[in-house]
Design a protein around this ligand. Sequence first.
Ligand code: DP6
Length: 396
Amino acid sequence: AMAAERGVAMATCTAPVNIAVIKYWGKRDTDLILPINSSLSVTLHQDQLKTTTTAAASRDFTEDRLWLNGKEADVGHPRVQACLREVRRLARKRRGGGEDTAALSLSYKIHIASENNFPTAAGLASSAAGYACLVSALARLYGLEEELSEVARRGSGSACRSMFGGFVQWQRGERPDGTDSLALQVAPETHWPELRVLVLVVSGEKKPVGSTAGMQTSVETSPLLKHRAEAVVPERLSQMMRHIQERDFEGFGQLAMRDSNQFHATCLDTFPPIFYLTDLSRQIIALAHRYNAHHGHTKVAYTFDAGPNAVIFALADTVAEFVEVVRRSFPPATNGDQFVRGLPVGSAVLSQELVAAVVTEPVPGAVQYILHTKPGPGPQLVDDPSQHLLGADGLP
Ligand code: DP6
């Protein structure tokens, strides 16, 4: 009680990025962030990609404040406010309105600092990890123990899936109040130990339309999106769950590619159309198909979100060879020594036949670097107080 009265109460968490293999695109309620279809994702390992967030409360703070990657940001952002409000509401409910003097006062102002272990400029989906981390840190601060994907969803739809590790479903739910629109773990990160992920970080280019605005235009104008949500996704979701349960890479990979392609088809079907895929994306897509055709089965699978980076799924025994194929196709312009980052990648010698069949005219510098990672766990509490992003004075 003494500490809470005079000092600063603090909690730090980390949270992962996730990549959807059955895509979320379209809301039926834009305020509550309720989707028109369920989605399914793979949570990526935090050793390579993570957000760290410290949440602090003190009677001495005079206003709520937020710092993102060291710079002060707008704490009044409606989605940040929605998460704060929901966490505080749950904390109040938990205390049953009674005066628990040991518990942190809900009237104290909050300081929040958040940073990514990867460059924001890389255009890697950071809002999912960011809101999952915000909600996890706030929950710790207030001593909440319940499942909070419903709250993370209020920050960003895809953030609810970052509340779990491994393979995660966001079930669309039926209720208008959103209480059944939450994330569920389909299988833990240990379920498929051979599965690997390569993020091909492409050079330059900012995304033209943000996902929030883009998906709204799609809901309003694309008949294909309506068809997808009603008639395609329900079937695909159960198929994808089966492929994951059976660790069937062929089935998993093919369906992931098809679903990414259909998502981008709905973007083209949006009016005015939205283009997230670039010439380079199309080159990577064609490369993956030539590679699979050469081997006679699906060894790599691509997926693209609302930006130009490609995410490739493969099994561990394919990574070295495919990375070499990418290096030959998109030779690094500079700092070639840092071309492959993350988990170690072995060396591979490509056969003449493979090179002839798969590698076409090289495009130097098009891929900035490759990040090698794998499925990983959900949000983690950081115990070590030296890791807090805020000092004892509650400032970064
Ligand atoms: C293409 O979760 O970023 O990455 O709910 O408006 O914050 P908001 O959108 P967001 O959309 C992600 C779209 C996607 C597909 C996916 O992650 O499922």
